[in-house]
Design a protein around this ligand. Structure first.
Ligand code: ADP
Ligand code: MG
Length: 247
């Protein structure tokens, strides 16, 4: 067996034993204050749909940033897809990040580019041939319910439509894991539901989905795993859980 093959096998074994995502006693301290995360242990398996809920400041976004390796843990280990990501050499980070799609509350679209360009951009970065991009963009836009809006600029779209563009952009490179940090935070109830239903479909098609949210009604209705955070620790982790009222 080649060294490369051996490494791949080791990663596979790690995933089987500990999940696609494994935080092992992870703390993150930004500065002198209280730690943003304080000794978190969390396993997420391939194909799961997980809500992360908790008060503002409880460490949810910090957790997402650690998974993306935008931040590194102060102590403990973060394993993603069998990689101890603190040990990823800098040059390997872009390739690692292709496995992760990310959506934010504020959409983060390129304002001077149209819908097609916003989505195609994600493929240009990784040098997908133009011919393939021309095939892939319409297909992913249809998936998110935006066929026929290619030429619109973000400001000509509703919030719900803008979030669909962001979702298409996050998905076009076929990530194994989709992270969404308060994706419905700027949306009305109808659009919030539509985005969550799309996330559910994406999950049903095989992508592991992690959603940070404050949307109590949706969390309670969807009957997914719910991880609740408070002051940097996980205070509950329930299958088919509910949004827990804190104090
Ligand atoms: P949440 O997403 O749950 O609202 P965050 O992960 O954003 O929480 O923040 C957790 C804690 O870390 C908060 O106390 C916040 O003020 C602090 N924090 C977040 N980002 C930074 C930063 N870049 N520098 C210093 N403190 C930060
Ligand atoms: Mg946050």
């Amino acid at each position: 067996m080649s060294r490369k093959e051996e490494k791949r096998k080791r990663r596979e074994r790690m995933i089987e034993e500990n999940g696609l995502i494994f935080l092992d006693g992870v703390s993150k301290v930004y500065s002198a204050g209280a730690p943003a995360l304080n000794g978190i242990t969390l396993h997420i398996n391939r194909g799961e749909f997980v809500f992360i809920v908790g008060d503002s400041g409880s460490g949810k976004s910090t957790l997402i940033k650690l998974l993306l390796r935008e931040l590194t843990a102060t102590s403990g280990k973060v394993w993603v897809m069998g990689h101890d990501i603190a040990n990823l050499p800098r040059r390997k980070i872009p390739k690692f990040r292709r496995n992760l799609g990310i959506v934010f509350q504020d959409f983060r679209l390129l304002k001077d580019r149209n819908v097609y360009e916003n989505v195609a951009f994600a493929q240009r970065i990784i040098e997908v041939p133009v011919k393939e991009i021309r095939r892939n963009v319409p297909s992913i836009l249809a998936t998110v319910g935006l066929a026929g809006k290619y030429k619109a600029k973000p400001k000509q779209l509703s919030g719900g439509e803008q979030q669909r563009v962001a979702l298409a952009r996050a998905l076009i490179n076929k990530p194994s894991i989709l992270l969404a940090d308060e994706p419905t935070g700027n949306l009305d109830p109808k659009n919030s539901w539509e985005i969550m239903m799309l996330l559910d479909e994406i999950n049903a098609a095989g992508t592991t989905v992690i959603v940070v949210t404050h949307n109590r009604e949706i969390v309670n209705a969807m009957q997914k795993r719910v991880v609740t955070m408070k002051k940097g620790v996980i205070v509950s982790d329930e299958e088919e859980g509910e949004y827990i009222d804190e104090d």
